[in-house]
Design a protein around this ligand. Sequence first.
Ligand SMILES: Nc1nc2c(ncn2[C@@H]2O[C@H](COP(=O)(O)OP(=O)(O)OP(=O)(O)O)[C@@H](O)[C@H]2O)c(=O)[nH]1
Ligand SMILES: [Mg+2]
Length: 467
Amino acid sequence: MIDRINDTIAAPATIPGTGAVTIVRVSGPDALYVADSVVSLRSGKIADSRGYSIHYGEVAGLDEVLVSVFRAPHSYTGEDSVEISCHASEYIAAELLRRLIEAGARAAEPGEFTRRAFLNGKMDLAAQAEAVADIISSSAEASHRVAYAQLKGGFSRELSALRDQLLEMASLLELELDFSEEDVEFASRERLKELLDETISHIDRLSGSFRTGNAIKNGVPVAIAGAANTGKSTLLNALLGEERAIVSDIAGTTRDTIEETLTIGGILFRFVDTAGIRHTDETVERMGIDRTFEAIGRAEIVLGVLDSSLGPDEILASARQLSEAAKKAGCRLIFVLNKADLGLNKNVIIENSIVSLVENEEDIISLSAKTGYGLDSLRNRLQSLIKARIGDPEATLVTNLRHYEALVDATSALRRARTSLASSLPSDLVAEDLRSALTSLSAITTGGPITSTDILHTIFSRFCIGK
Ligand SMILES: Nc1nc2c(ncn2[C@@H]2O[C@H](COP(=O)(O)OP(=O)(O)OP(=O)(O)O)[C@@H](O)[C@H]2O)c(=O)[nH]1
Ligand SMILES: [Mg+2]
């Protein structure tokens, strides 16, 4: 990463051509002067203006604009910055940018404003810089909530508390090493073990939230699967409220997976309609069925669609097959007893025969994709399953693969430290693993390794050793 932080950059911060106003941002040491050479204020100069002030101005022959002035360090990037609000024409934005570049700015690279904010200490990497990207792309309430919590620094505070705990342990152990000839034991082994166990389980909870966190960010994948002709495509269409997939009474209609997203109760779901599972010698259909199992493998939830108008043996065989596939993929199974309009009363008998295959009896839903009966119950069930997984709305959900991998690295180092402690191995081995865990955790917020000065700082701020 090359960081040329001594130049001035410019770019539109909004999409020109949509909405009424476009904002072109200029940031860097010369931002105010560059803006002055392009915009004439009615009175005075931008470079003489106070921070947090707004001025009416004109870009010669182009547009009337409003200029917001920010002075370092009180700006998004931490540098002198100017935001020029012009009319949202693509032509105006492009011409304004061209003039700013002519006046000495450079076109900003993607994410460069936020990168500068990070380098200037305005935000840390995980918590905030990466959350900025997430919050912009979040399209549903739940994913927005996760990104916003991260933006406010909840995850960073949690990480920093974990780091403090590890630093304390590492410091105690290193002190002991310094005094090794004197055979002092500063750190109580029992207390260390306790602290380690606490930290490991805390980090495990964080990394365990990744699957849900990731699903919420990108849309919870739900596979609609079952035997041919049970009404899977009809169900997809009913959920979407449009004729997205082809429906016919010919078994084997759907050959390929069809994916559509839908927000239910603030949660983004990714529904995948699949080819009906049945024995076939037909190559293309066979390939489609392979994809069905792949879709189940990627899903968080499987909607196992059963045709309740069929005989009980046939239904049970199909239910068993779906339960096995869902179990293998580690995903939650909801049985949809479809075609309830053809004879609801039979469903009680079917329900009794399949109830042992689901985690909770509320995971069996009688429904008619044709009439819409039961659709609300299905929507509610999907929502409440995911809300239960999110659990405490204040709890941190890890949504980023880089963070997840760093957390997994940290816990494996801590488990090694735990084993070394248990088998009374020398302190320096334990200290090394603690340091490696710290490095992993630090990488989440700073992107780089921790310096041993941090450890030194903790030692000397806690103990006055006249050494
Ligand atoms: N009576 C009734 N018929 C339904 C219902 N849902 C679907 N059907 C009918 O069942 C037939 C099969 O529907 P599809 O949605 O194509 O079934 P599928 O499971 O996608 O079938 P494949 O793609 O071939 O695996 C069609 O004739 C639908 O009209 C329902 O709730 N009630
Ligand atoms: Mg179909």
